[in-house]
Design a protein around this ligand. Structure first.
Ligand code: ARG
Length: 704
């Protein structure tokens, strides 16, 4: 190195762990020894001095983290972008460092207030590549990156940190001289890792393992061929040596109690100018979206922001109009940003599903692409949800027909119509909606009142809570009984999806009764429910267990095969009923009452029964046909078939999901739509209670 480096440090006169703003500080309040800290800091300073000149910032009482000068700002040439600390605990450092830089003759750039950016702790020059790597996720906001890029006229690559132990980029990432990179990949999300791998050749990447990472090996000071760090494993040291570096270890354990080590305690002041770009080059892209509704009480806004961050984006609320009354809605205008177009689009498409729309001036027609191969959508297709959706075609919003989940939107020849189509049903030339433009989902505004009555998942999930939750199950059964009565009275449609547990728990008779009394208009299930129902009718057992006595019957495990064999002999369940072979049970009632049923096969099916559809595409179609027009779907202890049905059912249909397993209930009922309710209970108890309640209603006369 021709010119001697200059490095800023700040003596630990007032250093201590006084608050907790990162996981390293937890449990360490006032646990560090000042004496030892001073000794360790001097040790570091001495080594640094062998390779560079050291400037000092004056420590301040009450600002214990001022020792970490890496966070003073980001220096490039004679300019500096000052830090804006995320946590109030460190914001007091800002004016001190500002004064220091001004006095030292730097041109000082300041970011807007409330836009956190923590200096060289989160932004590292890559001199070999002439660019700046910048971290976000914990301390610095993604939206600070474009500002920094334009202040300094540099190219920035944004990296998202995902492990809170590595909250600053410099705790896990260290560009070295001659293009080498020392880093800990697990601290970054997949997109960031790809970006790193695209930019840095494999032989230049020196990967630290977890042990090295938690020893702050990546928090290294690199001056020329020397690397100064707290501690590194033998393996890593060998790798660094092989790359031509000399590793100098110096203990910094007292500072690790605060979440920092060698690199954090230094700030390089001599950053030679790198290639400047006319216009800042940065990949961060952003878009403005609006949301309206019961944003706070429905949790919609919360979900939108959470989802943005989880997907690697960042947000800023530009405007928020709070609906003050219980019935009034709120409006929000949000700026969403992400480090790449693809990431931004992924986030936006999910926000659209939550009902977000672009401001009117940004609204445009949906983008269409023709299908080139049968059954294959163009890349970038928009995947549908259960929510009513509209697409904008020739300046007009058109409602999408046959709304269901996991389809694509195909626009008709007339351009005035659009519908959901499954991938496999796409025909060549069909015009598919791609991208995120001109699509909006209509989310019913879920007011607090509506939610109270149907916030099924949380309300009914906790049977462990004792008597009150059983009472809750009773209440929800009352409600369902009442609705079933009303649907029957107006000639509406109820579909039941049921698993074999209904039969095993002895509730077959209750379900049979619901069918007999006209409460069920379609029954969906698999091979098993029919087999065990018929086994129960013909042989008195269910999977070989005598339900009356609750004991396994000798040779009973073969019963289901015998039953399958009998029905196969007659050719169908209906034929067996006709021949008076089958004279009771759920499927007997279906045949008798003319209630259509559909049995979808699966790989584990014995037999199957002649009625079981083993062609799954045909089975799905049949399910879809039977569900169409249903006002309520009762899902009784069948995860597989219920999920299938859930995907085909648009929002607005009342879903009642009953299962003893809370995870199943949550999975099915938590569709984010207010019409679904989950009941965690034994399906046998549920059905018996339901039948009782209906009986009571019957005795009491009309339900309406
Ligand atoms: N306690 C300090 C904080 O949490 C440690 C800062 C470490 N500095 C760094 N550049 N990583 O802010």
């Amino acid at each position: 190195m021709s010119i001697r480096q200059k490095i800023l440090m700040c003596a630990p006169d007032f250093y201590d762990v006084e608050y907790v703003i990162n996981p390293w500080m937890e449990g360490n309040i006032h646990r560090s020894s000042r004496l030892q800290a001073v000794e360790q800091w001097r040790g570091l300073e001495k080594i640094v001095r062998e390779h560079a000149d050291v400037d000092h910032a004056i420590p301040c009482q009450g600002l214990p983290d001022m020792v970490f000068t890496a966070n003073a700002g980001l220096v490039l040439d004679r300019e500096v972008v000052l830090s804006r600390f995320m946590h109030p605990e460190r914001q007091g450092e800002e004016p001190h460092f500002k004064r220091w830089f001004e006095k030292a003759g730097f041109t000082v750039h300041e970011l807007p207030k409330d836009l956190p950016f923590e200096g060289a702790g989160d932004a590292l020059m890559d001199r070999a590549r002439g660019l700046l790597w910048a971290g976000y996720g914990f301390r610095s906001e993604l939206d600070s990156h474009p500002r920094v890029a334009s202040a300094l006229g540099v190219e920035i690559l944004s990296l998202r940190l995902i492990d809170k132990r590595f909250y600053h980029l410099d705790t896990c990432f260290c560009p070295l001289e001659r293009g080498f990179l020392l880093y800990y990949p697990a601290a970054f999300d997949a997109h960031s890792n790809l970006l790193i791998e695209n930019r840095v050749d494999p032989e230049m990447r020196i990967v630290a393992d977890e042990t090295d990472a938690v020893n702050f090996a990546c928090n290294a000071v690199n001056i020329g061929r020397t690397i100064i760090l707290n501690k590194a494993g033998e393996e890593l040291k060998k790798r660094l040596q092989a790359a031509g570096f000399t590793v100098v270890e110096t203990p910094l354990t007292e500072f690790m109690k605060s979440g920092g080590a060698a690199k954090c305690l230094t700030l390089r002041l001599t950053e030679p100018a790198i290639h400047r770009h006319e216009r800042a080059r940065v990949r961060v892209e952003s878009r403005i979206l609006r949301m309206e509704g019961h944003l706070l009480d429905s949790g919609l806004l919360d979900r939108a922001l959470e989802l943005t961050v989880q997907n690697g984006g960042s947000f800023k609320i530009l405007n928020f109009e709070l609906g003050a009354q219980r019935q009034s809605t709120s409006k929000a205008e949000i700026n969403v940003s992400a480090p790449s177009t693809e990431m931004l689009e992924r986030i936006i498409s999910q926000l659209i599903d939550l009902g977000a729309v672009p401001p009117p001036e940004d609204v445009s027609d949906a983008e269409l692409m023709p299908v080139a191969l049968p059954g294959v959508a163009p890349d970038d297709f928009y995947a549908t949800t259960i929510y009513p959706t509209e697409v904008r075609l020739c300046g007009k919003w058109v409602q999408v027909a046959e709304q269901r989940m996991d389809g694509v939107i195909v626009v008709g020849e007339a351009a005035g119509e659009a519908r959901c189509v499954l991938l496999r049903d796409l025909a060549v030339g069909g015009k598919v909606v791609v991208g995120i433009k001109g699509i909006r989902a209509v989310r019913k505004t879920e007011s607090r009142d509506l939610r109270e009555s149907s916030r099924g998942v949380e309300e009914f999930s906790f049977m462990g809570a004792g008597v009150s939750s059983e009472r809750r199950v009773e209440l929800v059964v009352d409600q369902i009984a009442w609705e079933l009565r009303r649907i029957r009275e107006r000639g509406g449609k109820v579909a039941v999806v049921a698993g074999p547990v209904v039969i095993h728990t002895g509730a077959g008779e209750h379900l049979a009764r619901l069918i007999r009394e006209g409460y069920v208009q379609a029954l969906l299930g698999g091979n098993a429910i029919a087999v065990h129902d018929i086994e129960q009718s013909l042989l008195g057992t269910s999977l070989g267990v005598d339900l009356k006595r609750g004991v396994a019957v000798r040779g009973g495990h073969q019963h289901h095969l015998q039953v399958i064999n009998i029905i196969r002999r007659y050719g169908s369940i209906a034929a067996a009923v006709e021949q008076k072979v089958l004279a009771s049970g759920v499927f007997f009632e279906c045949v008798k009452q003319g209630v259509p049923f559909s049995l979808a096969g699966s790989i584990r099916d014995d037999g199957p029964l002649p009625d079981t559809e083993m062609d799954l595409i045909r089975a799905q179609k049949d399910y879809a046909r039977l569900i169409r027009g249903a006002e309520m779907v009762l899902m009784l202890s069948s995860m597989l078939h219920s999920i299938g049905v859930g995907n085909m059912t648009p929002a607005g249909v009342r879903l009642v999901c009953v299962d003893i397993n809370p995870a199943v209930v949550t999975k099915l009922a938590d569709r984010g739509s207010l019409e679904s309710v989950g009941v965690v209970t034994d399906v046998g108890l549920f059905l018996s209670l339901l039948v009782q309640r209906l009986e009571k209603l019957q005795a009491g006369g009309s339900a309406a």
